[in-house]
Design a protein around this ligand. Structure first.
Ligand code: C2E
Ligand code: MG
Ligand code: MG
Length: 883
């Protein structure tokens, strides 16, 4: 037996519902103006009438006259056939008039005849017999009054009918007066009695209805088996139990009567107090109790009952026992257990849910013993999971999640507990102290296990994962801090390229804070127009003319200076700022393009997030329309990340953009995900080969050359143009030319420049190859070329950034200081003596000993033999040429 004390109000004077013990009598029995249904009415009145003849005979000393005897016989006959009148009254007397007729015939007529017989006899016998006649009538009247008590109209009729012939026979006016007064007074009294009687009846019927309803409700409730009633005597022995309990205990409830009530319950399941102890306490204190939850072992399964009771006292306050009710809590408790399970476990994978995991973590971190507060938290985020959902459907996604949970269980084993804390986020808590190496190994096992192929019904799925790890107490002593730090580590793992695990290090915190600050600054920059678009020319390889510009975002941060979009665009994507920034870039680029020559186009970079926006085609159309430029002059640069985005509307967006008539370029081709499949399905007009492929391509033995060649071949085959990005050196330019790239973009021609410079550049013409070479001053050629710089007998590899006939800006990592004499080895056998004029970081400005000779616009060589000192003052020019 068990007791739950939580909801008890032990001393509450709780009144249990009462169980009516007998059915109420029929209301019809009290209808006052009915007569004949009184069983035996005439069986009494007829003998009384007959008996009345005896004293009359004694006083008259003569037989009654025949008429009197006849009248008595008729009266008795009516009496004998009273049943007929009763039926008549019950079945046909629908209204008061009909009932009055029945009453006159059944009650009035026999009494009248009896009174008439008495009067007749008295008349014949003369004066002395009047005593006998009055006795006869009085006797009959008294019997009728008694028998018809509470039926005033019938009683009045009987009395009036029996006395009327005597009064008439006496013929005295005083007799009539008495009869009239008696009849009127009697009628008034009868009327009053009837009214009050009806009121009492109405009250009584209402009471009965209430009782009946309560009774029916309780009986119905008992029958449902949801609850039951009980009653004990003063010694706590059962006097009543609802019959439904017979099923529970497997015996008729009568068999339980007389047994102590507390014996019905099993052992205490909570261990606090036994039900017998608790109930006996209330019984002996005679104090009501409420919702004591007891366990009952019945029908082979455990049940829980909630019982309430209150003492029964008689009118004098004497204690009679206890009475109360109980109800079955088993289902409620089970469903509570179920919902508690649902509240703590993920129904799909069976793993603990976020709530349960955070409770577990709290428990560990708040352990009384400090040594037990150590643990490790691993946050696991699935990569490309949404793609599975979108491409293979949600049932497949669910299947994958189940398998992920299973694999995690396999990898973690008994070391800790796993939980699913979000759509595709899992968590592992490992209690106790763990070596970082061990955790690293576990994270590695998890990663490799989760990246295995997931077999689905008739398909397969491949996903990846990233893991962030934080340890308590090193990385946090509260669950909040620990989770936040594991999350930072997870973020770092994802940022580092996914499929990796990272431990939390305090720097991440700084990174996160910096990121937040940067995000705030970016928000402000977007709001206050702090962003700019710079433009970098794209040059046609063969004609060396500028065919367009790529628009590139620039943000001059008040503290950090000019920031590359490579740094702040991902931030904008995370902060949800890319949509307004992207739209602004589109509109600004189109507006700037409107003022440029018709043959020039502009390329705008699009984030995959912008691409996933269904409103993109509308935004593009609006930007073109408000700037009034032809759609064919706008090129949208999209990276392969678009295809990895978890949106399914990609194809529709491609089609919509193509309908508008804009050109599409696949940017950064070759940077990772490169799949030729994209080229086949998406309607690109251009492939932009990423500069990473170009780097080193000119070095002997590099395999990038053949790769570049195959990309160019692919472009040609698919009728797409190819732009080589980031061409810096002459060697690279020569290579991409040789490979047949249609366009070139890079510092070799021009770096990105502000709008004003781009406009100025366009004003000088579209010829890119001769740019600046006709200037009167020494031409500045922004080229990159590898050279060897010899200083103090040591040779360093260096990079020429900018060169004029009189000097050059060189990136030289060595410790060469201003004033030093150096030799610049441009090509084999071409050594140019020079002097270092300035140094800024790893850049130096050198002044050639003699001006160079120009072969072609971009080929300069030292005069042979070399050379006198250049005119002073050219060196600052070299520096200014830097961008
Ligand atoms: P991207 O679209 O591949 O742009 C080319 C990047 O290469 C630019 O970097 C450009 O300055 C740089 N570059 C051009 N020629 C050379 C060269 O000869 N050598 C070297 N080392 N780099 C060269 P930037 O401007 O820093 O932009 C970086 C990336 O930021 C862009 O790569 C583009 O993906 C993204 N981005 C720029 N503007 C936007 C924009 O408006 N929206 C979006 N969503 N992304 C943008
Ligand atoms: Mg681009
Ligand atoms: Mg690119």
């Amino acid at each position: 037996m068990s007791v739950e004390t939580g909801t008890q109000e032990r001393n509450a004077a709780h009144a249990p519902p009462r169980v009516p013990s007998a059915a109420a009598p029929s209301a019809a029995a009290y209808v006052p103006n009915r007569v004949f249904h009184i069983p035996g009415y005439w069986a009494f009145i007829a003998p009384v009438m007959a008996a009345g003849l005896v004293p009359a005979y004694a006083s008259a000393r003569a037989l009654p006259v025949a008429a009197a005897v006849l009248a008595v016989l008729v009266a008795m006959l009516i009496g004998v056939s009273a049943k007929v009148f009763a039926r008549l009254e019950r079945e046909t007397a629908r209204n008061a008039g009909q009932r009055a007729v029945v009453m006159l015939l059944g009650v009035g007529l026999p009494m009248l005849l009896y009174g008439a017989a008495a009067a007749n006899w008295a008349r014949q016998q003369g004066e002395p017999f009047w005593i006998g006649a009055v006795g006869m009538a009085g006797l009959a009247a008294t019997a009728a009054s008694l028998l018809l008590a509470r039926r005033s109209p019938a009683m009045l009729t009987a009395l009036a009918a029996v006395w009327l012939p005597l009064v008439a026979g006496a013929g005295a006016w005083q007799g009539w007066c008495i009869l009239a007064i008696g009849t009127v007074g009697g009628t008034l009294m009868a009327w009053r009695q009837m009214v009050s009687y009806r009121q009492a009846m109405a009250r009584r019927q209402e009471q009965q209805r209430v009782h009946q309803r309560a009774f029916d409700i309780l009986v119905d409730y008992e029958r449902t088996g949801q609850g039951w009633f009980w009653e004990t005597d003063a010694s706590g022995r059962i006097t009543y139990l609802s019959p439904s309990l017979g099923d529970v205990f497997g015996c008729p409830v009568e068999a339980l009567r007389g047994r102590p009530f507390v014996e019905l319950f099993g052992d205490d399941i909570t261990g606090h107090e036994s039900a017998a102890t608790s109930l006996n306490f209330h019984f002996s204190a005679r104090a009501g109790f409420r919702d004591i939850v007891v366990s009952v072992a019945a029908e082979g399964k455990e049940r829980w009952w909630s019982i309430s009771g209150s003492p029964i006292l008689d009118g004098c306050g004497a204690y009679l026992g206890f009475r109360g009710f109980g109800w079955d809590q088993s289902e409620r408790r089970r469903s509570q257990e179920r919902s508690s399970r649902l509240a703590h476990y993920d129904s799909l994978t069976g793993a603990a849910n976020r709530l349960q995991m955070s409770q577990s973590l709290e428990t560990i971190l708040n352990a009384p013993d400090e040594a037990q507060r150590k643990c490790a938290v691993l946050l696991i985020d699935l990569d490309r999971f949404k793609q599975v959902n979108d491409t293979l459907g949600h049932p497949a996604g669910d299947d994958v999640l189940k398998q992920v949970a299973e694999r995690l269980r396999g990898a973690v084993g008994g070391m800790g507990r796993i939980g699913r804390i979000g759509g595709d986020e899992f968590q592992v808590i490992l209690p106790g102290a763990h070596e970082r190496e061990v955790l690293g190994e576990l994270a590695g096992t998890i990663l490799s296990s989760l990246s295995q192929v997931y077999p689905l019904d008739d398909k397969r799925a491949v996903i990846g994962a990233s893991v962030g790890i934080a340890l308590a107490p090193d990385d946090g002593v509260t669950s909040q801090a620990l989770i936040r730090n594991a999350d930072l580590a997870l973020y770092a793992a994802k940022k580092a390229g996914r499929g990796l695990y990272r431990f939390y290090v305090p720097d991440l915190h700084g990174d996160a804070e910096e990121r937040r600050q940067l995000e705030r600054d970016l928000r402000e920059a977007v709001a206050t127009g702090g962003l700019e678009l710079w433009y970098q020319p794209i040059v046609h390889t063969v004609s060396e003319t500028i065919t367009g510009f790529e628009a590139l975002l620039r943000w001059t941060h008040p503290r950090l200076g000019t920031l590359s979009p490579a740094r702040f665009v991902p931030l904008a994507e995370e902060a949800g700022l890319i949509a307004p920034i992207g739209e602004w870039a589109l509109r600004t680029a189109c507006r700037d393009l409107a003022n440029w020559p018709e043959s020039v186009s502009v390329a705008v970079n699009l984030s995959p997030l912008q691409f996933a926006n269904p409103a993109l085609p509308a935004i593009v159309t609006s930007a073109l329309a408000s700037a009034q430029v032809a759609p064919s002059r706008l090129e949208l640069e999209i990276t392969e990340r678009v295809f990895l985005s978890e949106d399914t509307s990609t194809e529709a967006t491609f089609a919509a953009l193509k309908r508008i008539g804009v050109r599409l370029a696949l940017d950064d081709f070759g940077t990772g995900y490169a799949s030729i499949g994209y080229l086949d399905t998406a309607p690109f007009d251009r492939i932009k080969i990423d500069q990473s492929l170009l780097r080193g391509a000119t070095a002997p033995g590099s395999r990038n050359g053949p790769i570049l060649a195959s990309i160019v071949g692919l472009g040609e085959a698919l009728d797409m143009e190819t732009t080589a990005e980031g061409v810096e050196t002459l060697e690279e330019l020569e290579l991409v030319r040789a490979l047949g790239c249609s366009h070139v973009q890079g510092y070799i021609y021009e770096p990105p420049m502000p709008l004003a410079d781009a406009v100025a550049r366009l004003a000088r013409g579209l010829d890119a190859g001769t740019a600046g070479s006709h200037a009167l001053r020494a031409p500045r050629n922004a080229i990159l070329r590898k050279i060897v710089l010899e200083a103090d007998g040591e040779r360093h590899e260096a990079l020429v950034r900018n060169i004029t006939v009189s000097g050059a800006m060189v990136e030289a990592p060595g410790p060469v200081q201003p004033g030093a004499s150096v030799t610049v080895h441009v090509e084999e056998g071409q050594a140019i003596p020079a002097t270092v004029r300035w140094r800024d970081g790893d850049r130096i400005g050198v002044q050639f000993a003699a001006p160079l000779v120009i072969d072609t616009p971009r080929r300069m060589r030292p005069p042979v033999p070399a050379i006198a000192a250049p005119p002073a003052g050219d060196a600052p020019d070299i520096r200014r040429a830097t961008r």
